[in-house]
Design a binder for this molecule. Structure first.
Ligand code: PEP
Ligand code: MN
Length: 281
């Protein structure tokens, strides 16, 4: 793809993003937590549960880009302070979204990884700011975007001097309505062909259905994904955001018991396998 300089596969064997001992691009990394931070109890209980089930990082939004202006928009700085508390207690690094270029520098003081949501993938001033933030960036694919457009957005971040970008396939809009979006699993090996950046998947926002999350996660691991980000809530029925698609801690723990053995089985496959070749090179 022309115009891609820094993110192109030809420039580097692979990128491993290191976040407090977690290596994205080497191990299968699981990021779990609620859609949004709602209260200290909600976040801490969820954080303890995902930690116990083996999650590597904690997610939770303090700034929520909502389709409706009347929907819960997040707790802002109060939410970030609660995330900080959860990190202190559990040791899990924090992934949290930033939506406004003016907030990047101070949100970066709380976050271990800055998330750019699907609706902001092509917000170029935001991309430039996170490029200067000194924090790893989780860049979600725009729900209407091609792989080339997505990689160009990663290029913006790298061109500001930040090499630590994790791509996240979170589903694209198609004519299908049974699922919330369509998880483009072929994006995983395709990105591995095109770029050295790690790629994870989001089975929550792509399917929008709890019943499909376990199988899509396993399929993503088999396709060579470097991990996943999934929504878990200690009491999903009370969630202020994305209530229908959050896993309970029990369902999450059950999924992890199936996923971890699969991920280590895949790690040990002979290197001729396409997925393995792509991951190791
Ligand atoms: C989220 O992660 O909660 C979120 C809003 O995701 P997306 O930007 O993929 O819709
Ligand atoms: Mn959500």
């Amino acid at each position: 793809m022309k115009n891609l300089k820094l993110v192109a596969r030809e420039t580097k064997a692979r990128t491993v993003v290191k976040v407090s001992g977690v290596e994205i691009g080497r191990d299968f990394v699981v990021i779990a937590g609620p859609c949004s931070v709602e209260s200290e109890t909600q976040l801490l209980e969820t954080a303890r549960a995902v930690k116990a089930a083996g999650a590597d990082m904690l997610r939770g939004g303090a700034f929520k880009p909502r389709t409706s202006p009347y929907a819960f928009q997040g707790l802002g700085i109060q939410g970030l302070k609660i995330l900080e508390k959860a990190r202190q207690e559990t040791g899990l690094p924090i992934v949290t979204e930033v939506v406004d270029p003016r907030d990047v520098s101070w949100v970066a003081e709380f976050a271990d990884v800055l998330q750019i949501g699907t609706r902001n993938m092509q917000n170029y001033s935001l991309l430039k700011e996170v490029g200067k933030s000194g924090r790893p960036v989780l860049l979600k694919r725009g729900m209407y975007s091609t792989l080339e457009e997505w990689l160009n957005c990663a290029e913006y971040i790298l061109s500001e001097g930040n090499p630590d970008v994790i791509l996240c396939e979170r589903g694209i809009r198609t004519f299908e309505t049974y699922t919330r979006n369509t998880l483009d699993l072929s994006a995983v090996p395709a990105i591995k062909e095109l770029s050295h950046l790690p790629i994870i998947i989001d089975p929550t926002h792509s399917t929008g259905r709890i019943s499909l999350i376990d199988s899509m996660s396993m399929a993503a691991a088999a396709a060579g994904a470097d991990g996943m980000i999934v929504e878990v809530h200690h009491k999903p029925e009370q969630a202020l955001c994305d209530a229908d698609q959050a896993l309970t801690p029990d369902i999450f723990a059950t999924m992890m018991r199936r996923l971890r053995p699969l991920a280590s089985f895949l790690e040990n496959l002979p290197s001729e396998s396409t997925a393995k070749t792509n991951r190791i090179k």
